[in-house]
Design a protein around this ligand. Structure first.
Ligand code: OAD
Length: 256
């Protein structure tokens, strides 16, 4: 059963907010069939070792292995469709035109659901770039145009011959500067932060709600399990986002 009084409390806070920021993680896409990273049974990092697949060093060591891992993840996300949680956040943006979503996810599900104000901290799985960024950062390569999209090994950049890699952020890498700047800007202007489906273990994303909290801004979390951020939030709704968000957004629009 949904925790009714908490949803009502969260809806009341969101109703008066004009510049909400929603920080999302893998959990928001879990009900679309996209695996999370750290859930014990189904999380990607419980099956695979991140240092062997998601670092620049791993790519240097074995680009084909890393490429295959990302092709596998592309296949899964290309079949996924937005779930009611993604649609509810898009609906909330229609009510709150100054809302921003800051996502750590590399899928496209927020955009597919209709959200337009999305800041991507960790890049996009669908995009590929030259690993040397030979024509500027990022040098995006349209794989289909060059008939490289079905290859089982890391293709070569058509401009310089270096390997092509997914345009995602790996461990030990900097986040894209423009996205980071936009995210901190949104957080600094926010009057409420809603955290959805993140373990809160990866920085700097996890610092953003902390910064809002330190400024006395209400911070709400939706996550069926406690995260690293749960101890500092004002309100924790311990239910899956695909179930909670539609009800929450309905109540923001139409108070009980
Ligand atoms: P994690 O896998 O670390 O955490 C997913 C969170 O979602 C957990 O806290 C789950 O309890 C929660 N969750 C699971 N199902 C849910 C549901 N239906 N509704 C709501 N919450 C649910 O994923 P992230 O926090 O996104 O980085 O991981 C952060 C970053 O670590 C990722 O962006 C990725 C990874 O390494 C990069 O690839 C750079």
């Amino acid at each position: 059963m949904l925790s009714d009084s908490k949803i009502e409390e969260a809806a009341a806070l969101i109703r008066v907010s004009r510049r909400p920021v929603i920080l999302t993680g893998a959990g928001v896409s879990a009900e679309s069939g996209v695996p999370t990273f750290r859930d014990a049974a189904s999380g990607l990092w419980s099956k695979y070792e991140p240092t062997e697949l998601a670092t620049p060093q791993a790519f240097q060591r074995d680009p084909d292995l890393v490429w295959r891992f990302y092709q596998y993840r592309r296949e899964i996300t290309s079949l996924a469709r937005p779930n009611p949680g993604h649609f509810a956040l898009a609906e909330l943006e229609a009510q709150k035109p100054d809302q921003w979503i800051i996502t750590q996810n590399v899928d496209d599900l927020h955009e597919q659901a209709g959200s337009q104000r999305v800041i991507r901290l960790h890049g996009r799985l669908r995009d590929s770039k030259c690993s040397q960024n030979c024509k500027g950062d990022p040098t995006l390569i349209d794989l289909e145009k060059y008939h490289l999209n079905l290859l089982d090994s890391a293709p070569r950049c058509p401009y310089c011959g270096a390997r092509i890699r997914p345009d995602v952020v790996w461990f030990n890498e900097m986040l894209p500067f423009a996205a980071l700047e936009a995210a901190w800007g949104a957080i600094s202007r926010a009057d409420l932060v809603l955290i959805v489906g993140t373990s809160g273990l990866v920085h700097p994303a996890a610092d953003m709600p902390m910064d809002a909290r330190d400024r006395g801004i209400p911070v709400i979390e939706i996550n069926p399990k406690p995260s690293a951020l749960t101890p500092v939030v004002d309100l924790w709704i311990d239910q899956p986002s695909g179930a909670v968000l539609p009800e929450l957004v309905r109540r923001v629009a139409a108070p009980a």
